[in-house]
Design a protein around this ligand. Structure first.
Ligand code: IPM
Ligand code: MG
Length: 367
């Protein structure tokens, strides 16, 4: 049997708590002979800064590059508000994305029937929702240069961020989205702000041309990003696959997360090109949620998104859709049984993080 190498970066805040539950799932899969893993652990974010003054060390970067897949918890927290900008916790995550060239971020948002009442929207609006946001992850305003705050001669300062996209960056993320749309409903929605941004004009033009040239079988529609935000809270089930840039994808995926009941529900996969050395895409899997420092250490975190991220690693890196399905089925089963962490409990009883992880493991073993 193949051994799957995973580099675990629990990070800050609730990251270590949700990672601990995911490690239970890894142990359970090994325990019943479904898979064999080689695990290594490292530091990213504020904890890495505390340990060696950088948001990720070169050594841990090398381990991330060498692993079959990276699993990351979350980074950041108020403790590091004062550290230099280049060393802030988020810089570790952005370095991983950029240096591993993880340009395709897949963020599936699924609303389980058992959780439809946990959403802030009406049950009929979200029940059965199943959408996939494909977010461009290594370009746009996150990385564009110049990016600086400068002093103005007459006093005051000027801040500049640069939104920049090249045709090839739009095309490669477009291909990922069209391929996914083809495997799902055959519908793709592309989103930008071409009414105010030239990067949106190029985005729109490039995706339209790509669709006409290579994906004529996929029905393509376009929405301005602000209007799409509105449509997502109005009629989210109209959408299936959504492709958008780095910043709009960041915002729209948080909106999509709340449609599912809680931001604690959404896993994500960040994929690069196939590495010729391994035949696998570079890959990092992480929850969409942040480090939630306000609840860290209290057993309140929902491990679903982190465990689901392991499931995505099984599917996309190891081609083990069977194990991904088992993990998803175990999560659906515990939700159907009524197990809830605080974020999805409404006014009902809730389980601590560790008990939720144990319930998922028990359901996995029973399947
Ligand atoms: C996300 C997060 C990150 C982002 C932060 C932590 C840098 O919000 O993955 O959605 O903005 O991409
Ligand atoms: Mg975000």
């Amino acid at each position: 049997m193949d051994t799957y190498s995973l580099f675990l970066l629990p990070g800050d805040g609730i990251g270590p708590e949700v990672m601990a539950e995911t490690e239970k799932v890894i142990a359970a899969l090994e325990g019943d002979g479904a898979a064999r893993f080689r695990l290594e652990r490292g530091l990213v974010g504020g904890c890495a800064y505390d340990a060696h003054g950088e948001a990720i060390s070169d050594g841990d970067m090398a381990k991330a590059q060498a692993a079959d897949a990276v699993l990351l918890g979350a980074v950041g927290g108020p403790k590091w508000d004062g550290v230099p900008y280049a060393k802030r916790p988020e810089a570790g995550l952005l370095r991983l994305r950029k240096e591993m060239a993880l340009y395709a971020n897949l963020r599936p948002a699924i609303c389980y029937p058992a959780l439809a009442d946990a959403s802030s929207l009406k049950r009929e609006v979200v029940d059965g929702l199943d959408l996939m946001i494909v977010r461009e992850l290594t370009g746009g305003v996150y990385f564009g240069e110049p990016k600086a705050i400068t002093d103005l001669p007459g006093g005051g300062q000027r801040a500049v961020d640069t939104q920049v996209y090249d045709t090839h960056e739009i095309e490669r993320i477009g291909r990922v989205a069209f391929e996914l749309a083809r495997k799902r409903s055959g519908r793709l929605c592309s989103s930008e702000k071409r009414n105010v941004m030239l990067s949106g004009v190029l985005w729109h033009r490039t995706i339209t041309a790509l669709g006409a040239r290579d994906y004529a079988d996929v029905a393509l529609e376009h929405h301005l990003a602000d209007a799409l935000g509105m449509q997502l809270v109005r009629h989210p089930k109209r959408f299936d696959v959504i492709v958008t840039d780095n910043l709009f994808g960041d915002m729209l995926s948080d909106v999509a997360a709340m449609l599912t009941g809680s931001i604690g529900m959404l896993p994500s996969a960040s994929l690069g090109d196939v590495d010729p050395r391994t035949g696998r895409r570079k890959a990092l899997y992480e929850p969409v949620h942040g480090s939630a420092p306000d609840i860290a250490g209290h057993g309140l975190a929902n491990p679903r998104a982190m465990i689901g991220s392991l499931g995505m690693a099984m599917r996309y890196t190891f081609d083990r859709g069977d194990l991904a399905d088992r993990i998803e089925a175990a999560i659906a089963a515990v939700l159907a049984q009524g197990c809830r962490t605080a974020d999805i409990a409404a006014d009902g009883p809730s389980l601590p993080t560790a008990a939720m992880g144990d319930a998922v493991v028990a359901a996995l073993r029973a399947a």
